[in-house]
Design a binder for this molecule. Sequence first.
Ligand code: NAD
Length: 471
Amino acid sequence: MVRMLIGGELVEGTRGLDVVDPCTGGIFTQVPDADAADVERAVAAAKAAYPAWRDLTPAARGEILRAMAAKVTENAEELCALLVQETGRPMGLAQFEVLHLAVGYLNYYAGLEALPELIVEDDTRRVELHRKALGVVGAIVPWNAPVFIAANKIAPALAAGNTIVVKTAPTTPLTTLRLGELWADIVPAGVVNILSGGNDAGALLVAHEDVAKITFTGSTETGRKIMASAAPTLKRVTLELGGNDAAIILPDADVAAIAPAIFAFAFFNSGQVCAVIKRLYVHDSLYDAMCDAIAGLASSATVAPGSDAAAEFGPVQNKAQYEKVLHYLGEARAAGQIVAGGDVPEGAGYFVPLTVVRDVSDGAAIVDEEPFGPILPIIRYSDVDDVVARANASPFALGGSVWGSDTAAATKVAARLESGSVWVNQHCALDPQVPFPANKQSGFGVEGGVEGLYPYLALQTINVAKPVAAG
Ligand code: NAD
């Protein structure tokens, strides 16, 4: 059994958690299911390891982060195979997550430091602003990009001088646990602890008095619960939550040129990404052409088990999400016209065809809510001011994009969106150097870039009075 990493030791735990293959719906292995004692030991180990880790130089911590990244690269073949197995996704996508995203973010934060700033200096005082580590960070991770999201929490938390306890998602623990096994010899004991377990283990971390901060990525619904249960200990929280990204196609866009990219950014990882295109607003003059182009691409895509070399898209990752997606398929059928996909295949596994819905409007659940699966609603608009208002009408504000041939004009429209990220003629362009902010009910406490280091640090001013000159 793949084990948890607690205080530098690999631990089997006392309970088991089934791991299901989304391509068959059958259990294929078990991992430990962390109980209260495991959470307690992990937090205690992180607390004990904290002072020595905090007191290392940023460069020394950076060396260890770089070694962690190198370990991932050296073992990429095994890690990607595990990720394909637990998510059902194609190998190319697993490689992108492990080698490009996880390794990229670990290396980016290696050695990054928040230097003190001189705020004011005059004859009477010198005031500096410092940023100091917080202590033990609890990281709670979702299932859709388990390795990347864990790495994007571990890297800035450790670079800032904190230690960490990671709780993996109940349905995708394997690859991250294996990372812990690989890192056990290169990370000082207790600096990184990795637990697998259910929601209860996450809740215990959030409530724990010795955890200084929670960094959470997951649904808005769980984010609300986490914020409430962090209140008694007044923990700092970073919440990266749901999204309902709009893409706006301006009248001067070239449909044939952009349709493949629109398709790719809508159905990436079978739509199971917080910031892919979830509402496609197309100008009246291009509406039929764009619907035809996207439907054509969706109809010819191969949805199959990730282990199949022909697979371009995998299944929905877990049963609960599959049932949610089936519910939204019903909503789509009632609210619009399905022009690709829609019919769920018979047989085992959580497979859903790439589905395109046209003649659908704002107000339909399939437009206003986040299905988090392979269903794309295409909505018609005729007035740019009106479509900007409709895009902004959502309580979510994670990402958004504007597409047009006149890049400057498209950029002006993009700047009017309220989402944390806006992209022009692209979507979901993740980059370790670029902050990925979440606005409105998509969360707060940014990840990515130098700004992504700050939520792991507490501010301190050092205000020194200067001696009064004698006489
Ligand atoms: P989820 O909220 O169901 O679960 C996420 C994690 O929280 C899991 O590890 C789970 O065990 C844990 N958890 C559940 N209840 C908890 C509680 N009461 N206390 C502590 N921990 C608890 O989310 P999910 O279904 O795994 O992920 C999908 C969602 O994540 C989508 O809404 C998606 O948009 C969002 N997401 C957001 C981002 C972002 O960066 N904003 C990135 C990826 C996914």
